[in-house]
Design a protein around this ligand. Structure first.
Ligand SMILES: *[C@@H]1O[C@H](CO)[C@@H](O)[C@H](O)[C@H]1NC(C)=O
Ligand SMILES: *[C@@H]1O[C@H](CO)[C@@H](O)[C@H](O)[C@H]1NC(C)=O
Ligand SMILES: *[C@@H]1O[C@H](CO)[C@@H](O)[C@H](O)[C@H]1NC(C)=O
Ligand SMILES: *[C@@H]1O[C@H](CO)[C@@H](O)[C@H](O)[C@H]1NC(C)=O
Ligand SMILES: *[C@@H]1O[C@H](CO)[C@@H](O)[C@H](O)[C@H]1NC(C)=O
Ligand SMILES: *[C@@H]1O[C@H](CO)[C@@H](O)[C@H](O)[C@H]1NC(C)=O
Ligand SMILES: *[C@@H]1O[C@H](CO)[C@@H](O)[C@H](O)[C@H]1NC(C)=O
Length: 312
């Protein structure tokens, strides 16, 4: 009797699973977009690079403070290059500061829950205005005059949206493979918070969607679409970034052109793997050739493995 009900349960499970699998029409990603095999700890270590980057960038640009000013001794290593307090309206400054602070909380959560102990080694970060103006020239395929200033005129929101979006995309990708209840709770807690951050920042940008980006002629909608296009091109893993206004067939249920929260045809979150993320943040389109925001690469075993294996 016991055996029999077990086998019914088993059959039911098989039937139920195949129903779920039916919905899973996603093809396996091409090799350059696939995750690199890594332990849960190595993935969390990789995540730390992204959280430290966002924390330093948001705090320095909103209130001129770094992680250690908020939580002394939490990080060590090279001071970020080129950080500047941005010109922001007060409401925007407040939320950028809030989100920088929440990243410090996430770092503390990681050091409390794992064997990664403080001080966490900070990767070399480059926040120089010239780096952004060069990227935006690439985005618009022209040399803008005056050069685009990421630190003027609330422009910082464009960079903030992208920083939080890459972190969210990486977290989305790793959640299913995280081993251990505590670790899964940790990573999920960070991911859901970061998804909210990303949405809140996109909503800030969306509120200005029809405005021109001063002193140029293009609008916030135009620039958001062009940035997404360049990110997708450098990452080389399909369309996972989208502008704030999209053609109907990319909008939710093909019924809207607004796109505050970018997502796939089922409105499920996009994910990006390590190499995908590295290509974009290095700006080189090559996961083993550091540059851009991380001129000396990432810290941790997963990045070292990518380098040793020469995975572009
Ligand atoms: C913005 O904040 C600054 C400093 O706290 C304050 O002096 C200024 O009046 C605020 N501006 C507005 C428009 O609220
Ligand atoms: C930071 O970026 C700027 C602009 O691209 C560049 O000139 C500078 O060399 C970079 N710094 C480092 C340490 O990579
Ligand atoms: C970028 O601009 C150049 C020169 O104007 C042009 O030849 C090229 O086709 C443009 N590239 C793209 C991707 O639009
Ligand atoms: C932007 O302009 C379009 C077309 O005029 C309008 O439908 C839309 O409501 C505007 N969006 C915002 C956020 O102002
Ligand atoms: C810029 O935005 C306008 C208005 O939404 C649109 O008509 C135009 O096609 C956009 N241009 C680019 C290059 O995206
Ligand atoms: C929306 O359009 C896309 C691409 O054209 C298609 O794959 C998808 O099934 C459509 N979604 C709905 C809900 O009709
Ligand atoms: C990626 O960069 C590494 C290190 O600079 C280099 O050895 C390799 O050839 C590059 N790969 C590609 C495909 O460009």
């Amino acid at each position: 009797m016991v055996t029999r009900s077990c086998s019914y349960a088993f059959l039911f499970l098989v039937a139920f699973q195949s129903t779920i699998i039916k919905g899973d029409i996603v093809l396996p990603p091409p090799p350059q977009c696939s995750p690199v095999p890594a332990s849960t700890l190595e993935k969390i270590e990789f995540v730390l690079n992204l959280i430290v980057y966002e924390a330093e960038f948001f705090l320095r640009s909103s209130v001129g403070l770094g992680i250690n000013d908020i939580s002394p001794g939490l990080v060590q290593g090279p001071v970020p290059i080129g950080a500047t307090v941005a010109e922001l309206d007060n409401g925007t400054r407040n939320i950028i500061e809030e989100f920088g602070l929440s990243c410090v909380g996430h770092i503390r959560a990681i050091v409390d829950a794992t064997v990664l102990n403080p001080p966490i080694t900070r990767p070399q970060l480059n926040f120089s205005a010239q780096l952004f103006s060069g990227l935006i020239n690439q985005v618009v395929n022209a040399t803008l005059t005056p050069p685009f200033n990421i630190y003027a005129n609330n422009n910082f929101l464009f960079a903030a949206v992208d920083a939080s979006s890459l972190l969210r995309q990486y977290l989305t990708g790793i959640i299913p493979s995280i081993v251990g209840d505590d670790e899964r709770r940790l990573v999920t807690g960070i991911a859901v918070d970061e998804a909210a951050v990303s949405g809140a920042l996109r909503a800030q940008l969306y509120a200005r969607v029809n405005s021109t980006v001063s002193p140029y002629t293009f609008t916030v909608a135009n620039l958001s679409a062009l940035i997404a296009q360049l990110v997708n091109q450098i990452a080389g893993c399909g369309m996972k970034d989208e502008g704030l206004i999209v053609p109907l067939q990319l909008g939710a249920e093909n019924r809207t052109t607004t796109n505050v929260v970018p997502a796939d045809v089922y409105s499920l979150a996009f994910s990006r793997s390590e190499r995908d993320i590295l290509r974009v943040l290095f700006g080189t389109g090559n996961a083993t050739r550091p540059g851009g925001f991380f001129p000396r690469g990432f810290n941790g075993a997963l990045f070292r493995r990518i380098q040793i294996l020469g995975l572009s």
